[in-house]
Design a protein around this ligand. Sequence first.
Ligand SMILES: Nc1ncnc2c1ncn2[C@@H]1O[C@H](COP(=O)(O)OP(=O)(O)OP(=O)(O)O)[C@@H](O)[C@H]1O
Ligand SMILES: [Mg+2]
Length: 728
Amino acid sequence: MNEHHHSDGPDPPSQTTHEDNKPVDLIPKSALSYHPRIGDPLDLLVDMGSGVVLGRSASFHTKYQRAGLGMIGAITETSDDVLTSLFGMPVLLDFVSPHVMLVAGKRGSGKSYTLGIITEELALAMERREIEVAGVVIDTVDVFRQSVEPNDDQVDLLEKWGLKARGFPFAVYIPRRTYAGLPDEVKKKARLFPLAISPRELTASDWGFVLEKGGQLSTAMDNLMGDVLESLRKGYSLESGEKVPLKRDFSIPDMIQCIDSNPSILELYQPASRTAMIQRLRRADRLGVFHPGGTSAQDLAIAGQITIIDVAPLGSDANTVLAILTNMLCRQVLTYRMAWTDEGESAREELPPTWLIIDEAHTLVPKSGSTPAKEAIVGYAKLGRRFGCSLVLCTQQPSAVSDEAISQADIILSHSLSHDNDIKALQQRAPAVMPEKFRDKVFISSLPRGVGIVFDQTTENKRGFMIQVRPRVSQHGGTDRLSALFEAVRLMIPDEIELEELEIKGAAAPESIEEGIAKDLPEVPRPPLKLSKEDWEVMDAWMKEYIEGYFERQKQEYAITEEPGPREEDGAAKPLLEWTITDADIQEEYTPAEIDGSVVSIRRFGPITRSLLTKAVARKVLYSPVTHTYLFGRDSLARETTSIVRTDIEPHLLVEEIVSKMGAMGMQIDSIKDSDGFSFVMLNKDSIRAGLSVGASGPMTCVAVAVVGDSRKEVSSISNQLSEYAEE
Ligand SMILES: Nc1ncnc2c1ncn2[C@@H]1O[C@H](COP(=O)(O)OP(=O)(O)OP(=O)(O)O)[C@@H](O)[C@H]1O
Ligand SMILES: [Mg+2]
């Protein structure tokens, strides 16, 4: 017989550690101020040693037990049947598998506070080393930043919950202009980092949202913006004939310069449009967040870390900037996760499973109208779980949030709601049975702060139930000295100040990958995506478009295709992205009788792993336009690729050795072509064709050789000899 009782006497402190089989300590009644009686029987997944489990099936829970669960509150409903009552039972949320969660409630009902609880529990589960994920919290109203400080005001209440006040070392990103204006010691103490968005991340329509209050540029301005972006991406010529080279990354001043000096823009657009655009761009520049080399998903989503993105200092521009940032974040996180899903460990290195927690989501994913983030969040909600990514959306008005996003929620926690529309939206979307009492408007609109009803899709959790959210162990809210400083910094900076003066020197952003890429890994190719047909179907157009653009920007030159290659014999694997071959890419061509290693350009990569180097070079050989046409210009029956990696050998010598080895097999040099910093050596013998290329990283040299031909036997004979050589 279990011992659920309602203790009215002095509360024994509950304990956080349990011996096996010992029933969990219930949260005492004195810590739970609201005790409504709900008639319907309560049938939930209960682990008698830990509490009510949310987001797990019974079998999943048997496997993981207490690992990866976070206590977000306790059951606060009572029952006529004392024996089956779960009153005071801790409620535990699963963090092991990905979830989409909705937190709803009217103004002041405790939503942001609940997000804070989820964030704290994520951090605690990571500290206990039960999970390893990244948590990113998007905060428009400056309520999460103070989590670095302990909640010393509620020590007694915390004790009743078996908790102790403490702060968390969350990383807090604030707009770089605000950041630059703060004293160093403040930055360090509050763990602040500068947040920037690279202008290249924005489409013309995103710029509409930044530059125009209604989000819509006039047709002329919209065209002008499109032309500016295109000119910067492709490069343009000045009146004098001088060339402004294409830019992979650019600043707002670069955009203004283009409007001022690109002859085709000067000719096409009225001075009034140009001036109006420049004025708006200057204003956007003064926000101080748009800056080349902006913060990337990899800066923000770091395994084992919680990152708070606090854009409150931007004031009325916060929502737009946030929408653009969220858009970028959702897409980048998904892109990386998808691209690396097949890579095992390296997927984790690249980008960990991410919990994205978004407060005030109705402004980002509204039911009607669009924002720069809407499609991306919907896409993330639909696809994220498949790639280990979770989403927590928070809103005052469930009826105003896109159904597409809400319908993905497997767990809903709603605080008090007062509008009929919102109550109805909740009733429609609740992923579990809703007891009659919860349908009562008076009941649901008078729930005290911090109390809510929870619905979990898991079949074991049959119906919605009442929860009291636990008190925070760290501080909630942003009315501190730093908020005042934020405000001061905002007012302090005169409009005319040149951003360059605020350049952040040696900013301590953790492992800024953008910088890393710029310096060390200039061209590390992303692997082609391995997605099933279903995945591609689920993926909305935006995602495809984004990936195309993303890969293009990375100078990605590989068809997005199923492995192993563009000409799969059964014809099943069609390249999803057709590759256009431009002659401009091919710079030089020559046909020497014998190889002279010194004429071969060796592409040097930054410090990368052996397997990445092999992959990079092999894919280059397969998908570069030069070799691609040569090797796959006609149908061949057989194809094999061999990579030879050697350490501490002069790359030129290795090429010479391999080419002469192939010469001994009867392969003649057809031509050598240079493209994009690589040399491609093409060889042939009757119907057999081969292409090779060389890359190096530190002391490692990799030569990848692709061989194609009509005779399967001959192709494998050549490849086998090369593999043998590789093993020597
Ligand atoms: N579970 C709780 N325990 C104790 N205090 C709480 C709890 N939930 C909320 N509060 C307090 O109630 C106030 C409002 O909470 P919160 O900021 O979370 O509301 P909200 O629903 O996010 O409101 P808004 O819609 O204005 O953003 C805060 O001062 C917070 O400290
Ligand atoms: Mg709030």
